[in-house]
Design a protein around this ligand. Structure first.
Ligand code: ACO
Length: 401
């Protein structure tokens, strides 16, 4: 790889790479992926192993600190997170100002940004001990504030965290427990959630992670950087695709289940329609996360006794696309989002919360990447451009225009 940054000042050349398709923005030791071979590893450990054997907090520790935790390190990390799940009551006042139908991603991004105001020492995050505490706070409090939008949409009171529960069970309890009846977390549900969060935990320099690093490169605090990342994730071409997929599958079902009609529409550029959950900037053979999720969707739905007709529609659609020249020649395969929504739905998560679930999963990745960037003392991110506007023009006063 050529280090263009070092060449630039000497040559005066600027490289144009719209969408950064071939531009490396950093060196990183966090996540490795090979798009041709369908390999994804966090700190050297394969995604298949981690999704099968680890807990989400173990993976979070691995991403953020570089090693799998020992038993003692894990206990301490988990204890710290469990004891910081409560959110300042004044944050609730900020939340109360949002309309009941506000999209949960807009609310989440705003509340994470607001957290910087509650922890003003985050503006000076050069002090390592403080940074550690902000990392714990982010991991501990994001699930708490994420559940508020759902509770409000149901007209229910919010649930406070229960620190006796593990990370996933605590989230499910805050989402679904009601003061009027006993709620037991189903271990099948909590295990499935654990797996989904691990699969989303990091994916090197994707759009939202690059956003977190770019914002953080100006030495903005961690809350502002991650709030910006949440905004980037929300877009339908990135994390927002998981909501789009289920809405697309529902539309196909309501339209009589004619998958070929939608395949044809996706192939017709003038339709403006894309097959959501298909295609990936880096994976050009298969997305290893999609393979794990497809199998998990079958397992989880059968264990929970859920019969969701959109699962069959998704499988038919996938098969038809995989046999279609348009998709084959462009190397378009199902990505991580194609089947994730079907599992989230089976777990009882509403559609407009799907991308929020992605954000909870991606959080340790954003944190690890932000931390690596700051520790490596990377320079401020500031891309160049090739100017295409008018050359010099004389000013014309308003009366003469
Ligand atoms: N449906 C139909 N055609 C598609 C699709 C799709 N889902 N994805 C790509 N194509 C076509 C493009 O029209 C283009 O065709 P052309 O060569 O004839 O012009 C070709 O495939 C290459 O596509 P690009 O858009 O250039 O690929 P890029 O790498 O820029 O985009 C992306 C990748 C954004 C993921 C794209 O495939 C897409 O929009 N997919 C649907 C949205 C989606 O599922 N996003 C989630 C991605 S995973 C994640 O963020 C977690």
């Amino acid at each position: 790889a050529i280090d263009i940054g070092k060449l630039r000042d000497k040559t005066g050349y600027i490289t144009i790479d719209n969408g950064f398709k071939n531009t490396g923005s950093t060196k990183s030791s966090i996540t490795f992926l090979d798009g041709e071979l369908g390999i994804l590893r966090y700190r050297g450990y394969s995604i298949e192993d981690l999704a099968e054997k680890a807990t989400f907090l173990e993976v979070s520790y691995l991403l953020i600190y570089g090693e799998l935790p020992t038993e003692e390190q894990y206990k301490e990390f988990e204890y710290e997170i469990r004891t910081h799940t409560l959110v300042n009551e004044d944050m609730r006042k900020v939340f109360e100002g949002f309309p009941v139908n506000a999209h949960p991603m807009g609310v989440l991004s705003s509340l994470v940004s607001a957290m910087s105001a509650f922890y003003p020492d985050s503006y000076d995050s050069n002090a390592p001990a403080d940074t550690e505490m902000h990392i714990i706070r982010m991991l501990a409090k994001l699930p708490t504030i994420a559940t508020w939008s759902y509770k409000k949409s149901q007209g229910h009171p919010v649930n406070y965290p229960n620190n006796e529960l593990d990370y996933c069970s605590n989230f499910l309890n805050m989402m679904f427990a009601l003061p009027v009846e006993k709620y037991e977390v189903d271990p099948v549900v909590s295990k499935a959630l654990n797996k989904l969060l691990i699969l989303h935990a990091d994916h090197e320099q994707n759009c939202s992670t690059s956003t977190v690093r770019l914002v953080g490169s100006s030495q903005a605090n961690i809350y502002s950087s991650i709030s910006a990342g949440i905004g980037a994730l929300w877009g339908p071409l990135h994390g927002g695709a998981n909501q789009e997929v289920i809405e697309m599958l529902e539309a196909i079902k309501a339209d009589g289940g004619d998958t070929q009609k939608y395949i044809n529409m996706a192939k017709d550029k003038s339709s403006g329609f894309r097959l959501f959950g298909f295609g990936h900037r880096v994976y050009k053979n298969f997305d290893p996360r999609a393979r794990i999720i497809k199998k998990a969707a079958d397992d989880v739905l059968s264990k929970l006794g859920v019969n969701d007709p959109v699962l069959e529609i998704a499988k038919t659609l996938e098969q038809a696309a995989l046999e279609d020249e348009y998709f084959v020649s462009r190397k378009l395969y199902p990505n991580v989002d194609f089947y994730s929504g079907i599992i989230y739905r089976a777990l009882g998560i509403p559609t407009n919360m799907f991308t929020v679930m992605f954000a909870i999963g991606r959080l340790p990745g954003w944190i690890a990447q932000w931390k690596e960037m700051r520790e490596n003392k990377e320079p401020i991110g500031r891309p160049r451009q090739v100017y295409t506007g008018p050359t010099h023009r004389d000013f014309v006063s308003m009366t003469d225009r």
